[in-house]
Design a binder for this molecule. Sequence first.
Ligand code: ZN
Length: 204
Amino acid sequence: MSLAIEKIIDISLELDPKNFGMRTPAGFKKDMQFEMEILKEHDAPGGAGQIVRGVHMRLHAGSHVDAPEHKMPAKAITENDLERAVGARIRTGDRLLLRTDHNNAYDGGSDKWMKASPYLTIGATEWCISKGVVIVGYDFYHGNDEPGAPRVFHNSRTLSEHGIVTMPYLKNLDRITKDRVTLIGFPLNIIGAEASPVRAVVLT
Ligand SMILES: [Zn+2]
């Protein structure tokens, strides 16, 4: 495959220990957000020499992909919205990026951000499955469901159960001006994990 690239658009959310937070619903053995720790300070005067930092993070922190085994109200995004936007053009095997610009003002994952986030209705989730998309990317809170949904994280769990990879915590989708682009978001090569952070970019 050859790629003619005009530009690379970074659609990854910053991983900032001071401005990132996720829900910790019941069932967690311990909380872990995204924290950075200095393991070894500079070993020479004036900040010279080696410094070593480590991070504590969920595999779901920041832009990431959820493997299909992943078990996990503002404005509804319905199947009619999706049909109107891309119904005539979508093809089996496509990766669908859902743009709302909600994460362009990401505030660390506050209740306000979560509650104001758009969500996919159950019908929209089923639309994605019926169209044969293989990845659904979100620039809004992927954990929101329509009122009365049968379980928490219903839409992302349903997609996962159908083998569709979810890619939450994206941003900058408004910078994409073309209809079809190349999405790159390589997961880390971690064995036995249910998710992985990615550096997601779009080539246009
Ligand atoms: Zn996740």
